[in-house]
Design a protein around this ligand. Structure first.
Ligand SMILES: Cc1cc2nc3c(=O)[nH]c(=O)nc-3n(C[C@H](O)[C@H](O)[C@H](O)COP(=O)(O)O)c2cc1C
Length: 325
């Protein structure tokens, strides 16, 4: 595990519909040590589904990526993890197993956070995947299923360690909370206390000061950031500076944000699939709060070609220049 967790790491979280190769690249350029793919269906891969396979696409300049798999059949998970390792070779940093997704269409099939209710099956999946690949195997989990059923993450994580997990990532919310309320850092500290493998802290890290709190209050070995990186790949540079006790870099100017949106769009253009929907989503995040953002939002929704996006960015750039940003 030395390669992955030899020093304190900053990670871009797996985000379905968001953490594609374009976003991973931009976050790595801003200091993310490792970025995860969107969650990938082991079943979809086993059917050689093209749409599922494209989730594994990487940019040429990407050094490595963590691939997150979801599913509930140990043999399918193991077989697909082995296939991914064969396909990606050295560029596969780790296989992460999704035991945290709370979405109805996922948990209704017994996948994602539903596995936290079945620790025996969850452990079988981890040991099957562990036996199938040479790369590190990590587990991403939540605090537990629900507040009524109580916190189970420390005991659950111990079982995952015993089953062969090389690290666990804990998001400090219950599954039934979805994204409501705040993420509990105490549970991450309790998991860290209970395990000897590295623990990745996740939840509500939105700025450098949050990253420092996460590290200092939990003792975690790495921090994973999801929503804080949407339209804001600079968060990794900010977190890195704050964790090192250095002054945090100035916030990006309007012009830098529009430039980044353009770079993001141009990386996305080269990808397969529903690029426009993704481009709209990311563009909205980048321009939020800029002069002219309200009008730009409407215009972005009407964009149907990449040239349309360019025009909106040009207009925003004009406004930003007028404002001396
Ligand atoms: C749009 C979106 C998509 C997500 N997709 C995934 C996913 O595919 N796999 C996963 O384990 N977690 C997924 N998550 C959860 C995040 O990885 C992370 O655990 C959660 O957002 C808490 O971190 P944050 O407070 O930094 O956002 C997703 C979150 C968001 C907002």
């Amino acid at each position: 595990m030395e390669g992955l967790f030899g020093r304190f790491r900053l990670l871009l979280a797996p985000m379905a519909g968001v953490s594609d190769a374009a976003m991973r690249c931009l976050c790595a350029q801003q200091g993310a040590d490792l970025a995860y793919t969107e969650m990938v269906s082991a079943k979809g891969l086993s059917f050689a589904n093209d749409k599922t396979r494209h989730l594994l696409d990487m940019e040429p300049q990407e050094r490595w990526a963590g691939v997150q798999l979801f599913g509930h059949e140990p043999h399918t998970m193991a077989a697909q993890a082995a296939w991914i390792e064969q396909e990606m070779g050295e560029r596969l940093a780790c296989i992460d197993i999704n035991m945290g997704c709370p979405a109805c269409k996922i948990v209704s099939k017994g996948d994602g956070s539903a596995l936290m209710k079945d620790p025996m099956l969850a452990a079988d999946i981890v040991s099957a995947v562990r036996a199938a690949v040479a790369c590190p195997v990590t587990v991403k989990m939540r605090r537990g299923w629900s507040a009524d059923e109580g916190e189970c993450a420390p005991a659950f994580a111990q079982r995952m360690e015993a089953a062969g997990a090389d690290a666990v990532c804990v998001h400090g919310r219950f599954s039934t909370q979805m994204y409501q309320g705040s993420s509990d850092r105490g549970v991450i500290a309790r998991v860290k206390e209970a395990l000897s493998i590295p623990v990745i802290g996740n939840g509500d890290v939105r700025c450098g000061a949050d990253a420092v709190r996460m590290r200092d209050e939990t003792g975690c070995d790495a921090i994973m950031i999801a929503r804080g990186a949407q339209g804001n790949p600079w968060i990794f540079a900010e977190a890195r500076a704050a964790l090192a006790g250095m002054p945090v870099p100035a916030s990006p100017t309007a012009i830098e944000r529009i430039d980044m949106a353009r770079r993001h769009a141009s990386l996305l253009q080269r990808r397969e699939g529903r690029v426009l929907v993704r481009m709209r989503k990311h563009a909205m995040w980048y321009v939020a709060g800029l002069p002219g953002a309200a009008a730009a939002r409407g215009a972005l929704n009407r964009c149907v070609t990449c040239e349309d996006f360019d025009q909106v960015f040009d207009q925003l750039m004009e406004r930003a220049t007028e404002h001396g940003a």
